[in-house]
Design a protein around this ligand. Structure first.
Ligand SMILES: *Cc1c(COP(=O)(O)O)cnc(C)c1O
Length: 366
C-alpha cells in the first residue's frame, strides 16, 4: 500500500462542484443593496417569529427538543397531517442529504432533471452514488425522459416541483404518472420548496400521494414563503418507515432551539403567509410582463423568482449582471444550472422590482 502523506477524502468527493450561494455584496459606494439572488422573502419573517426568537434568546443554554415535537405538531395542525409522519431538519437541504445518505450506496443512481436544483447532484455524489441528469422539455421536467433513465441501479428520483431556477412545474397528473411507472423500491422525492406560491388548479405539492404510497416523500422549507432562510429550517412528510430510517441517521439535535421557536410562530401566522403570496402574485405577473416588453424572454414561473434570458453578446447575462450590481441590484448567475446567458431574479419589494426594470431598460438601449 502506498503511504498517504495526509488524509484523503473518499473517491468522488473532490469531483463535487461546491454549491455557490447567491451573492449579497455590491461594489463600495452603492447606497442601497437589493438582494434578489436567493429567493428570500421581500416581506421578511413574521413579526411573531421575530418575537419568538427574542424570547428564546434568553434560554440558549438549553439543548433543543431533539424530536422538535411542538414544531411538528404545529406543522401537522396547519397542513392537516399526522405529526408522526413529519421530520424536521436544518433547512430542507439537510433532509435531502439525509435521504441520499440513507438510501444510496456506492454505484446506485439518483435521477434529477437537467436544470434541477444543484443540491441533488451534490448529495448524490457525497453518497458515492451516480448522478443522472435527464433532459427537460421547454425548461420543464419531462416525465418520459425521467422514466427512460430508470435502470436497475436507480434508487432515488429527485423532482423539484416547481423547479428552481426555472420556476416551471408539472401538473399533478404528471407526477402521478411518474409515480405509477416507477418501480416500488425507487424513492420519489418531491421537493415542494415553492408550493405556497403556486396558483394553479392542476398543481399539488404531493401530500396525498405521500399518504397513499410507501415510496414518496415531500420536502418543504421555511426559507422561502416564511422568510426564515437565516434560521435554517425545513421538514419532510413521509411514510413511517422512512421517518424511522432517517431518525436513526440524523444528528440528535439537528434543528436548533431558535429555528424551532421561529418555525412554530411562522407557520401559525397564516395572515403573513397570505400577504407574501398576494405580493408575489402581483409582482410576478408585473415583472414577467415588463421584462417581456423589453424584449427579454422570461421562463413562465409559478415561484417567487423569474429566469430572465439575455439576447446577444452585447447584452449578455454577464454584462447585465455587472450593470445591475453596480446599481445595487444583486441577481443570480445561473451558469452552473446550464443557463450561461440568463439571470434569476427573486421577486422583491415594489421598489426593487421597479428599479430592476428601469435599470434593464437603460441597459438594453442600443
Ligand atoms: C430554496 C430551495 C430549497 C430550500 O432550501 P433550505 O435548505 O430549506 O433553505 C429546497 N429546494 C429548492 C428547489 C430550493 O430552491
Amino acid at each position: 500500500m502506498t503511504e498517504l502523506q495526509r488524509p484523503e477524502p473518499k473517491p468522488g468527493v473532490m469531483d463535487i462542484a461546491a454549491y455557490v450561494p447567491g451573492k449579497s455584496a455590491a461594489p463600495a459606494g452603492v447606497k442601497t443593496v437589493y438582494k434578489l439572488s436567493s429567493n428570500e422573502s421581500p416581506l421578511g419573517a413574521s413579526p411573531k417569529a421575530v418575537d419568538a426568537v427574542r424570547d428564546v434568546a434568553g434560554k440558549l443554554e438549553f439543548y433543543p427538543d431533539g424530536s422538535a415535537t411542538r414544531l411538528r405538531e404545529a406543522i401537522a395542525e396547519v397542513h392537516g397531517l399526522n405529526p408522526a409522519n413529519i421530520i424536521c431538519s436544518n433547512g430542507s437541504d439537510e433532509v435531502l442529504g439525509l435521504l441520499a445518505l440513507t438510501y444510496l450506496q456506492p454505484g446506485d443512481e439518483a435521477i434529477f432533471t437537467e436544470h434541477g436544483f444543484l443540491v441533488y447532484r451534490i448529495y448524490t455524489q457525497a453518497a458515492s452514488a451516480v448522478p443522472v441528469a435527464v433532459k427537460e422539455t421547454d425548461e420543464t421536467a419531462d416525465v418520459d425522459a425521467i422514466l427512460a433513465a430508470v435502470t436497475e441501479k436507480t434508487k432515488i428520483v429527485f423532482l423539484a416541483n416547481p423547479n428552481n431556477p426555472t420556476g416551471t412545474y408539472i401538473p399533478f397528473e404528471e407526477v402521478r404518472r411518474l409515480h405509477a411507472a416507477l418501480p416500488k423500491h425507487v424513492l420519489l422525492v418531491l421537493d415542494a420548496a415553492y408550493a405556497e406560491y403556486v396558483r394553479r388548479n392542476d398543481y399539488e405539492s404531493g401530500m396525498e400521494l405521500v399518504a397513499s404510497s410507501q415510496n414518496v416523500v415531500m420536502t418543504r422549507t421555511f426559507s422561502k414563503i416564511h422568510g426564515l432562510g437565516g434560521a435554517r429550517l425545513g421538514w419532510m412528510y413521509a411514510p413511517a418507515h422512512i421517518i424511522d430510517a432517517l431518525n436513526r441517521v440524523r444528528g440528535p439535535f439537528n434543528v436548533n432551539a431558535v429555528a424551532i421557536e421561529a418555525g412554530i410562530a411562522a407557520i401559525r401566522d397564516r395572515a403573513h403567509v397570505e400577504e407574501a403570496v398576494a405580493h408575489n402574485d402581483k409582482w410576478l405577473v408585473w415583472l414577467t410582463e415588463e421584462l417581456t416588453k423589453l424584449g427579454l424572454r422570461v421562463t413562465p414561473s409559478v415561484g417567487n423568482f423569474v429566469l430572465i434570458h439575455f439576447p446577444d453578446e452585447a447584452h449578455s447575462a454577464a454584462a447585465a449582471d455587472d450593470y445591475l450590481t453596480q446599481r445595487g441590484y444583486i441577481l443570480r448567475r445561473v451558469g452552473g444550472y446550464g443557463f450561461p446567458n440568463a439571470l434569476r431574479m427573486t421577486i422583491g419589494t415594489e421598489e426593487a422590482n421597479r428599479g430592476v426594470v428601469s435599470a434593464l431598460t437603460e441597459f438594453l438601449k442600443p
